[in-house]
Structures are given as C-alpha cells and as structure tokens.
Design a protein around this ligand. Structure first.
Ligand code: IMP
Length: 202
C-alpha cells in the first residue's frame, strides 16, 4: 500500500516533553521539517485511553493534527516483560507514579517477576510512532528491541527502565551504553527508520 508522504513545512510534535521535541526535531530537520511543539501551541494533552502502543500514538497524533490544522507526530513507548504477560507495557510511564520514580518502577518489575510463575527473563521495548494529518489519515510504525531483564540495576546513563534492560547479544545494560550507540539501535530508531523510508525520503 502506498504511504502518504509528508511535505516540507511545519510539523507539530505532539509531546509536552521538551527533551522529546528537541530529539525528534533534530532527527527530522534534514528533511525540511520545521518542528513546533504541542506545548508551544497550547494544545491539550489527550488521555491515553487505547490498549496498544499504536492506538495511543495514533490517538495523540490525530488529536494534535485536528486541533492545530497541521500534520502532527506522536510516539508511545514502553517496556514489556514476558513473565508479566507484557506488563508494564502501555503503563510503563505510569508505574513510576506521579513522581516519575523509575527506581520504584524497576523494583516493582523485579518483585513481580520474583513472584511470577514463569522463570523467563525475556523483555522488549516497543516504540510506536504515528504521523497524522488534519483529515484524520495516519501513518503508523512500530519498532522493537529484544533482550532480558537484569537485576540489580546497572549503569547511570539513559532514563526510565534502561538500567534493568540488556539487549540480546550485549553484555552491558542500556544504562551502561554510550547514549549515541543506544539511540542508533533502539526501538525508537527502528520506528524512525521506517517512518523516514515510508514518508520522508525523496
Ligand atoms: P511515554 O512517554 O508515554 O511513551 O512513556 C514511555 C515510558 O516507557 C517512559 O516513561 C519510560 O519509562 C519507558 N521507556 C520508553 N522507552 C524507553 C527507553 O528507551 N529506555 C527506558 N525506558 C523507556
């Protein structure tokens, strides 16, 4: 199926996180895209009510595109642990609580895995990226990176669940990895590659 292509010009980044807006802007700059943040435009943050990463990314991208009248890009990501039937999954950010305390969230993963029936340490990160237009059309891509949960947490680089995730074939956690190296092989990079090939490369 043919993908809809994004013309050069303004693109709303449907995130209120300035770090994310900067990072996405830098990745898309070479394609003539002018990033504008949803925060700057005063757009409301919709509630993430869908049951999948793709569903929530599309919901956020469509809401921003329709409210602003411009194309909009949103992402949704998280950690899924096999022994926990995919938890925390779409609730990854919420496991950190109001204080976004990921030491707490990582302990919760460890405690639940210790109590689980399965001995599996397998886990993966997922990133869904959705590009939507004001007419409601959306192009959505999903990237994954597979690995295992390590305990205790290791390393201080990165964010979120990075200290307890080790990619298959590596012997260091994501939080021990050089950030540039992580960005090149992450679930987010995999989703971006697909988006660029389908909607941006001339
Ligand atoms: P979102 O901003 O709603 O997509 O929240 C995603 C949550 O998933 C983040 O708060 C992190 O806890 C977790 N997460 C997503 N990607 C990564 C990653 O690359 N490393 C560590 N944690 C991640």
């Amino acid at each position: 199926m043919a993908h809809r292509r994004l013309d050069p010009g303004p693109l709303v980044i449907a995130s209120h996180n300035p770090g994310k807006v900067r990072e996405i802007g830098a990745l898309l700059g070479p394609f003539g895209v002018e990033p504008v943040s949803a925060g700057e435009l005063g757009l409301p943050e919709p509630e993430e009510t869908e049951a999948t990463f793709i569903g929530n990314a599309e919901l956020k991208a469509r809401a921003a595109a329709i409210a602003s009248g411009k194309p909009a890009l949103a992402d949704d990501s998280g950690l899924s642990v096999d022994a926990l039937d995919g938890a925390p999954g779409i609730y990854s950010a919420r496991w950190g609580g109001e204080a976004k305390d990921f030491d707490l969230a990582m302990r919760k993963v460890h405690e639940r895995m210790t109590a689980a029936d399965s001995d599996s340490l397998a886990a993966h990160f997922t990133c869904a990226l959705s590009l939507a237009w004001p007419d409601g059309h959306a192009e959505t891509f999903e990237g994954k990176v597979f690995g295992t949960i390590v305990w205790p947490p290791r390393g201080s680089r990165g964010f979120g669940y990075d200290p307890i995730f080790q990619r298959d074939g590596d012997d260091i956690s994501f939080a021990e990895m050089d950030p540039d190296e992580k960005h090149a092989i992450s679930h987010r990079a995999a989703a971006f590659d697909q988006l660029v090939r389908a909607c941006l490369k001339r």
